[in-house]
Design a protein. Structure first.
Length: 211
């Protein structure tokens, strides 16, 4: 019996040793990023659930968009869901990495399986990340974003849950419909057309200014 207890004790130490050596591995991290249009994005990275949640509020403090990413073992995003301010699933994100394990491209896909926007990540000669380039693809419609309605009757601190689309897993991939996924082969949309639809909203989400 004593030998069994000793073996269990050693096994437990092997499991918790990495966490004891580096407590940050299981520490939930949060930060707030402020944008030029007075909106803000609150990010919460949870290594325990391997999820990154980015919640954006406009200048009037209304929830406009929520992105939930699934993280890999290195804590980097692999794929994610995009919800509008009312909790409706409006798009998905695929994150692609190069042969060096660096984030190369993010593809935003509408619910019809069309890639409507690409975010290209490039790096300088020193290996440092450069500002991402956002490309709006023609022939694919960006989803409409509905901000949340501020409910003054809801108790302070109440959390609004995000529903999952019926018949789909939380991070279920959306099959592509054949829309070009290369930024070089698909020209950006005309600026006047982009202002009529809402791709610029997504562009602002990836061009953040920290304070």
């Amino acid at each position: 019996m004593k030998n069994c207890a000793a073996v269990l004790g050693i096994f437990w130490l092997l499991l918790v040793a990495p966490a004891l050596a580096n407590p940050a591995l299981h520490t939930v991290q949060g930060r707030t990023t402020y944008h030029a249009d007075d909106s803000r994005t609150e990010s919460v990275r949870d290594p325990n659930t391997r999820e990154l949640t980015e919640t954006t509020y406009n200048a009037t403090n209304a929830l406009t968009v929520k992105k939930v990413f699934l993280l890999n073992e290195k804590g980097e995003p692999m794929q994610g869901n995009v919800y509008d301010g009312r909790g409706n699933l409006v798009a998905r994100v695929q994150c692609i990495y190069d042969e060096f394990g660096r984030r190369k491209e993010d593809r935003l896909i509408n619910l019809n399986g069309q890639v409507f926007q690409e975010v290209l990540h490039e790096y300088g000669k020193d290996g440092k990340a450069l500002p991402p380039k956002v490309i709006n693809l023609s022939g694919a419609s960006a989803p409409s974003i509905k901000p949340s309605v501020i409910d003054f009757t809801r108790p302070a601190g109440a959390v609004q849950t995000t529903p999952t689309a019926p018949g789909q897993g939380r991070f279920a991939p959306v099959p592509l419909s054949g829309t070009p996924t290369s930024g070089a082969s698909a020209p950006p949309t005309n600026p006047s057309e982009a202002s009529k639809s809402k791709p610029n909203f997504f562009k602002r989400l990836f061009q953040k200014k920290e304070k």
